[in-house]
Design a protein around this ligand. Structure first.
Ligand SMILES: [Zn+2]
Length: 433
């Protein structure tokens, strides 16, 4: 543990510390954030005192990404939630939003430091330690993932940035520089298993013993993870953040039972029902949309920000000694479809289908027949076959049956030849509207 006095503090004690920070953050918001003065005022909270403490937080309105976008003007391209003076801002990242123009994420020196501190705790949870080598493949550039790279310096690693998109260079760096770890998206980790096999390179015999995945959900799906661990001969753990709140806020430990909150003390986590926004208890086994609140942010703090990440929560004790709740991301609520009242995540469909390996490649594409979230059954799913396999009606039927039994969804499965679904080296697309 990088900071055992923080990471192993009993969670109830953390909430006491956080309550004081939260009240101070609310005072700061009422003083400096035009966005929150207006939003909270409209919801009937005229002052920080009226808004109460952490135990009252669920009374306050949620913040949606679209509201932040709507608060941007050419004169104020960051938005009215900007609190700090221009002279206090030391970095401005962009989020690689899936919808339209990027949005800007400003940080003060203190904000940047807490991002790096949290990210370092999250990555260190995986077991990588000072003196080891890590190859990174983030094409971070303007994007918040760039801040995660500073976390590797903080841990004391030898960082070898290689970037995405040049498989030869990456495989050569692994062979010649002999790193203990690599960090990449789960899609890219899977792509490299195939790419290495095509070149007769055995990743299992490389020096890499840890594959750290982040940037998209999927690294925690058991079948997909097993495939990655088999292909790399290495332990796979994942990390997760959300651009507007912080990079690598969560990081999984060597027990591999979900990601701990590395950003504890900087960020307060909540769970809500995605359809209604109703607050849910952060209990063991609960699932819902993750909502995050900054506790000591200065540049553009957010309150009850909807992450659109659908997570499952674990609060039972973890053998590593870290006491924060853990999460596993099931998928993006943006990708979620509702088929006859049942929530369906494309990543969950992929998980079920992947169990049919070695018949299938593990690549799928969900193709909803109508726009929007609500879909009538059957839901069309293209399932890619493994190399050299031919489509068999019995296999399609077996996949349909398994999807109906496990996910309670009626699908029509179309078996397509190996290589026919588009690959993305960075993040895979599972739905095509
Ligand atoms: Zn743990």
């Amino acid at each position: 543990m990088l900071a055992p006095e923080v990471e192993a503090r009993p969670w109830a004690g953390q909430l006491d510390v956080d309550d004081a920070q939260y009240r101070a953050q609310l005072t700061y918001l009422f003083e400096h954030s035009a966005f929150y003065r207006e939003k909270l005022g409209a919801a009937g909270f005229a002052s920080d005192r009226a808004a109460g403490g952490l135990q009252d937080i669920a009374q306050l309105p949620l913040t949606d990404k679209s509201e932040l976008r709507a608060a941007c003007t050419p004169a104020n391209p960051i938005g009215t939630h900007l609190c700090a003076k221009p002279s206090e801002i030391v970095r401005i990242y962009s989020t690689s939003g899936t919808t339209g123009a990027p949005s800007f994420v400003p940080l003060t020196a203190g904000d940047l430091d807490s991002w790096v501190t949290a990210s370092a705790r999250s990555y260190a949870a995986s077991g990588i330690a000072a003196g080891q080598r890590i190859v990174s493949t983030y094409n971070a550039g303007p994007f918040v993932a760039g801040a995660a790279l500073a976390a590797f310096d903080r841990i004391g690693l030898c960082h070898i940035p290689v970037g995405t998109g040049n498989t030869e260079r990456l495989l050569l760096a692994i062979e010649l520089l002999r790193p203990e770890a690599v960090v990449m998206t789960p899609s890219y980790a899977a792509h490299l298993v195939d790419a290495a096999a095509e070149r007769n390179i055995d990743l299992r015999s490389s020096t890499v013993v840890r594959v750290l995945v982040a940037g998209e959900p999927g690294g925690g799906e058991p079948t997909f993870r097993a495939k990655l661990e088999e292909g790399w001969g290495a332990k796979v753990t994942e990390a997760m953040g959300i651009g507007d709140i912080g990079v690598s806020l969560w990081g999984e430990c060597e027990e591999q039972h979900g990601m701990h909150l590395g950003a504890r003390g900087f960020v307060h986590p909540e769970l809500v029902e995605p359809e209604t926004g109703r607050a849910l208890e952060l209990d063991d086994g609960a699932s819902g949309e993750l909502v995050l609140t900054h506790l000591q942010h200065r540049a553009a703090p957010l309150l009850r920000f909807r992450t659109r990440d659908h997570v499952e929560v674990r609060t039972n004790p973890c053998a590593c000694g870290r006491t924060s709740p853990r999460v596993r991301c099931i998928g993006r609520t943006d990708d979620m479809l509702i088929v006859r009242g049942v929530n369906v995540f494309p990543s969950a469909v992929r998980e079920v289908v992947s169990a049919f390996a070695p018949e299938v490649s593990g690549h799928i594409l969900v193709k909803p027949r109508s726009p929007g979230v609500k879909q009538d059954p059957p839901l069309p799913v293209s399932v890619e076959l493994a190399p050299g396999k031919t489509p068999e009606a019995a296999l399609a039927e077996a996949i349909c049956d398994r999807l109906r039994n496990v996910l309670v969804v009626q699908t029509s499965v179309d078996l397509v030849p190996w290589g026919s679904l588009r690959r993305s080296e960075y993040k895979s697309k599972l739905v095509e509207h």
